[in-house]
Design a binder for this molecule. Structure first.
Ligand code: PLP
Length: 378
């Protein structure tokens, strides 16, 4: 038996309908939305619009036209941060951010933006009161991940969204680890900007993702170019999503993403979460008590996603991942997981961790096998 337990990086396998949608688009549709006066273009545009509508439904977004496609969550986060912040502005974030948010903030800091990273506990808990206490008159944005890709910790975004809303500060959420597997309601959670990957919990292909922008939020463009329509002016259109989608988009990927989002809507986020959290609980139970093994993140499973990172005294996580892969055909991820801030917070910056991230298509047998494999290596 083998097991793919690296779904926090990219989900695999995909639902059958996703493979079919990409294949169908490439063979039978072929055209680019907004580029062409023919029926193929109309079909391509219809698919992209249906994908926006399905995403808006999933996230309770106020307007499907606010869904701008990107290559991944990183581009979406950059688009939001660099579209909103300028020298003299202040932004609040957390101490467990992924480099997708942390590095652009560090780049902005070099250009005169002030950054406060509110400390989380070792297990990743963030106190909304501390976020509120960090607000200054110049605070222009609160930008947080929804859940940590290292610790699995879910941040209290609804509470922080409410306080951001009360104080009139836009709120950006990096939902890379929660989309499709944890309920997201942009309106109830007061999220103004939602960055999401298409290739993780939404089961889309690589090279898909997007930024959902609440009407009323105006972003400076980060990239300019052809928009298909509204071509005469020398500046990018004001209207969304055209303003943020310069150049030909990954139309075949978006067709696959639409199939992935439909799969999530059909199954239901609650069912997906229950399955993934069942597997997570099994894994934690099977590993707990192993000599020298520490499980990172919160004790309470209601506070976490399907990410189980472990450290084992005397072992290098990268070597464990290599043996799991090469001897047992079990795919995990070791090291810093592009999130040194989270490892610094957890006290694991020196050595990193070994991460198991079960997904919707994993089974209890695979989880038992992975736990047994790790124990047999030890
Ligand atoms: C919390 C978090 N943010 C952002 C990203 C970046 O996502 P992408 O690879 O789609 O740019 C990841 C990817 O692992 C992540 O876990």
């Amino acid at each position: 038996m083998s097991a793919y337990l690296d779904n926090a990086a990219t989900s695999w396998p995909k639902p059958e309908t996703v493979y079919q949608a990409v294949d169908h688009f490439m063979r039978e549709v072929g055209a680019t939305p907004g580029r062409g006066g023919h029926r193929r273009e109309e079909e391509a545009a219809r698919i992209a619009d249906e994908a926006r509508a399905a995403l808006a439904e999933l996230f309770h977004a106020p307007d499907p036209n606010g869904v701008a496609f990107t290559m991944n969550a990183t581009q979406a986060i950059n688009m939001a941060l660099k579209g909103l912040l300028k020298a003299g502005d202040h932004v609040i974030t957390s101490s467990i951010e992924h480099n997708a948010l942390w590095r652009p903030l560090k780049a902005l800091e070099r250009r005169g933006v002030a950054v406060t990273a509110v400390p989380c506990t070792r297990s990743g808990a963030l106190d909304p009161a501390e976020v509120e206490a960090a607000i200054r008159p110049s605070t222009r944005l609160i930008a947080l991940l929804h859940a940590s890709n290292v610790l699995g910790t879910i941040l209290p975004v609804a509470k922080i969204g409410a306080l951001a809303h009360r104080r009139g500060i836009p709120f950006l959420v990096d939902a890379a680890q929660t989309v499709g597997a944890y309920p997201i309601d942009m309106q109830a959670m007061h999220i103004d900007l939602l960055a999401f990957p298409g290739h993780k919990g939404l089961f889309g292909p690589h090279g898909t993702g997007g930024l959902v922008v609440r009407p009323g939020i105006v972003l400076e463009t980060w990239i300019e170019g052809g928009s298909g329509t509204e071509s005469a002016p020398e500046t990018m259109p004001e209207s969304l999503p055209l303003r943020l989608e310069a150049g030909t988009q990954n139309a075949a990927g978006i067709a696959g993403l639409l199939a992935g989002v439909r799969f999530v809507l059909e199954q239901g986020v609650e069912k997906i979460r229950q399955h993934e959290m069942g597997l997570t609980a099994l894994l934690i139970e099977a590993l707990r008590g192993t000599q020298g093994l520490t499980i990172l993140g919160p004790e309470d499973s209601a506070q976490r996603t399907a990410v189980v990172s472990v450290n084992i005294e005397g072992y290098v996580p990268d070597q464990l991942a290599m043996v799991l892969d090469q001897v047992f055909d079990i795919a995990t991820r070791a090291g810093l997981h592009c999130a040194p801030q989270a490892h610094r917070t957890a006290g694991t910056l020196e050595v990193g961790a070994l991460r198991f991230s079960p997904g919707y298509f994993n089974t209890a047998d695979e989880i038992h096998e992975a736990a047994e494999a790790l124990k047999s290596i030890l």
